[in-house]
Design a protein around this ligand. Structure first.
Ligand code: HEM
Length: 115
């Protein structure tokens, strides 16, 4: 079972002593990560107690960073507070484009070999 944590609760944790952040509707406690973040303390503090999805995605964090994130997860937002308009990891789009490119190449090859 995942713990539900409301936005108002997350807002209380916005200092170096306790730093929570929402990313893709999940809540993370990144207090311990503050000093280790390759992107610096300030970027995390700016988004402390808030939804950091947009800045997190804008930077284009690696798969490693996303894996790391899992370690800090402490809960998820209640269904009523979840946002549906947040940008998702665009991996799906990448694969769709790759598949499309593959289909076009196969099409061209087929056309050449068949006549
Ligand atoms: C709270 C969860 C976060 C985690 C676990 C995290 C983790 C990481 C990691 C592992 C890197 C190294 C590069 C990579 O693997 O992509 C990185 C880089 C970076 N992060 Fe974050 N990050 C978080 C949030 C944020 C936020 C909210 C910002 C806001 C702008 C941010 C800004 C940056 C920047 C600017 C870099 C690039 C640093 C450089 O290469 O000079 N990060 N982060």
């Amino acid at each position: 079972m995942t713990t539900e944590i409301s936005i108002s609760e997350v807002k209380k944790h916005k200092s170096k002593k306790s730093l929570w952040m929402i990313i893709h509707n999940d809540v993370y406690d990144v207090t311990k990560f503050l000093e280790e973040h390759p992107g610096g303390e300030d970027t995390l503090l700016e988004n402390a107690g808030k939804d950091g999805t947009q800045p997190f995605e804008d930077v284009g964090h690696s798969e490693d960073a996303r894996e790391l994130l899992k370690k800090f997860k402490i809960g998820t937002l209640p269904a009523a507070e979840k946002r549906k308009d947040v940008p998702q990891n665009c991996n799906t789009l990448k694969w769709a484009l790759l598949a499309l490119a593959g289909a076009i190449i196969i099409g061209v090859v087929l056309k050449k070999t068949m006549g």
